[in-house]
Design a protein around this ligand. Structure first.
Ligand SMILES: [Zn+2]
Length: 512
């Protein structure tokens, strides 16, 4: 299994057809390809936990790297004792299969199992410090291949030179991850290898287009930036080709769990929108908002530098403070959570939150309705187009979910238009809010997630053209278990895909 993290299916399809991703194209030629629907449609931070656990966010409740924890009255990093997250590939390593895993994101730190795991080699979506199982592998890898540590993302617009340097780094780190993966794969006979290439994810956020570039862009830099993301995808394609040829597997699954497109996030102004709605007030003039003022007092580069020196826990609390403006969350009827794409709103429910204010039942329903209809009144001042596509309640998305109480109550899905085009947002009832960086995106992301990924399956045991229509992220765990001859776990909600039915031994059958 090779993940091209957050690679956008429409780009993969176009570039395969144009001959720019020749290795993916040749695997597809004798294999199968389809799009993969994902829980990222509603929660951008959820698809990896959905992949790991074979369940949806209503069960695993992971949606961001820092989340509201009612017991703490605070936004904190998930932990295993609070939100357990069994991972199917580690479980396979405890069920008699030999497993190699490299850089799988959004899982807890590595644990003892029958296999090797390298955690946090080049990716940054981590819930623990970089490490490996067995522990010595990480240091050995660093010595042998050089550091591939990806720096924390800068949430600010950047100069063209910095973005081109990022492209070059992403290509180099992809090559190093490829070398590490190939050498570990060659070293023994594995049942399952799972390798994640992180570069398309960071590359997609930062190199999607030029709306996150600060300052003048020369025509030369514009030309270079115009194919920077393609360069990153091409590097991934080369690594896929090398791993496929050298491992010569029965089956290979190349996939992404969510995609990428122009950044539509209006999260930078959600806090201010919500303040206006809850206060029932209309500001006469345009207000840049408390959050924006706070952020403006300390330049982003400084914030990144300061944060880098602090322990993770303190860094997380600074993130919460800077993103939400130091509000006393427990005192509000509803408050925004830290988010990167969809807006997340938590209602302060009596009996659920320690200092809950809103009674469950009719009062809760009324507030949800009021927030949804009020947020929908905000439009772009120039075009008059609404910026909110939909506000949904988590418990309507996952009515059976046993952990819905750990999710945001409301999810704000934004209009599918680039947020960078705004100059000012207005609501007839709640006044005007200036967009913090007209022509660009204040968080420095020109690209942001889309809810669909892809699955490309090939290799001798995968039938050519097996249908993958309607495939979902939750189908991957049962599919791989079927290929490994392991029985599906009872909590999984997905089904094995036809690529497994046509190939591997059926569950329970002896392996040859
Ligand atoms: Zn992302």
């Amino acid at each position: 299994m090779i993940a091209l993290d957050a690679a956008e299916p429409s780009l993969v399809e176009r570039w395969m057809a144009e001959g720019r991703l020749p290795n993916l194209a040749r695997i597809r030629e004798r294999g199968s390809y389809g799009r993969l629907s994902s829980s990222a449609e509603w929660m951008a931070g959820s698809p990896w936990p959905t992949f790991h656990t074979g369940t949806d966010p209503g069960e695993h409740a992971h949606y961001h790297f820092v989340q509201w924890r009612k017991e703490d009255l605070n936004i904190v990093r998930p932990s295993p004792e609070w939100l357990p997250m069994p991972t199917f590939w580690r479980e396979a390593g405890r069920s008699g299969r030999r497993v190699l895993a490299i850089d799988v994101p959004s899982a807890y730190g590595p644990q003892a199992f029958d296999g090797i795991e390298v955690y946090g080699w080049c990716n940054t979506d981590l819930l623990a410090e970089p490490a490996s199982y067995p522990p010595e592998v990480f240091a050995q890898a660093r010595r042998r291949y050089g550091s591939s540590k990806m720096p924390d993302e800068r949430y600010s617009m950047e100069r063209p030179e910095a973005l081109l340097r990022l492209r070059d780094d992403l290509i180099q780190w992809t090559d190093r991850t490829g070398e590490l993966a190939r050498d570990l794969m060659d070293a023994e006979d594995w049942d399952l290898c799972l390798v994640n290439l992180t570069a398309p994810h960071r590359g997609g956020h930062k190199l999607w287009d030029t709306t996150a570039v600060r300052g003048e862009v020369s025509s030369e830099a514009r030309r270079e930036l115009g194919h920077a993301l393609l360069d990153v995808y091409t590097a991934c394609d080369r690594v896929v080709g090398r791993l496929f040829d050298s491992a010569d597997p029965d089956a290979v699954l190349v996939f992404s769990l969510h995609g990428m497109g122009p950044n539509v996030s209006r999260v930078p102004i959600l806090s201010e929108m919500l303040d206006r709605v809850l206060a029932g007030r209309s500001e006469s003039g345009a207000s840049p908002g408390l959050l924006h003022r706070l952020r403006a007092t300390l330049p982003n580069e400084w914030r990144a530098a300061v944060k880098g020196l602090l322990p993770t826990k303190v860094q997380d609390q600074l993130t919460v403070y800077w993103r939400l403006g130091g509000k006393d969350l427990g005192a509000l009827r509803a408050f925004p959570l830290v988010a990167d794409l969809q807006g997340y709103i938590r209602i302060n429910v009596a009996g659920r939150e320690p200092e809950g204010i809103i009674e469950p039942g009719p009062e809760y329903d009324r507030l949800c309705e009021e927030l949804a209809s009020s947020l929908a009144t905000f439009v772009d001042a120039d075009s008059g187009e609404s910026i909110v596509a939909e506000v949904v309640r988590s418990h309507r998305l996952y009515p059976e979910g046993t952990r819905v109480a750990d999710l945001p109550d409301l999810i704000v899905k934004w209009a599918n238009t680039p947020a960078s085009s705004h100059r000012r947002i207005v609501s007839p009832e709640h006044g005007a809010i200036d967009w913090p960086s007209p022509g660009g995106h204040p968080d420095g992301r020109s690209g942001n997630h889309r809810g669909e990924g892809f699955l490309l399956a090939g290799g001798p045991s995968v039938p050519s053209g097996a249908p993958l229509n309607g495939a979902r992220v939750v189908d991957l765990a049962p599919t791989v278990y079927s290929m490994l001859g392991l029985p599906a776990r009872p909590e999984w909600i997905g089904s094995e895909l036809s690529i497994a039915r046509a190939s591997g031994p059926s569950p329970g059958e002896e392996q040859g």
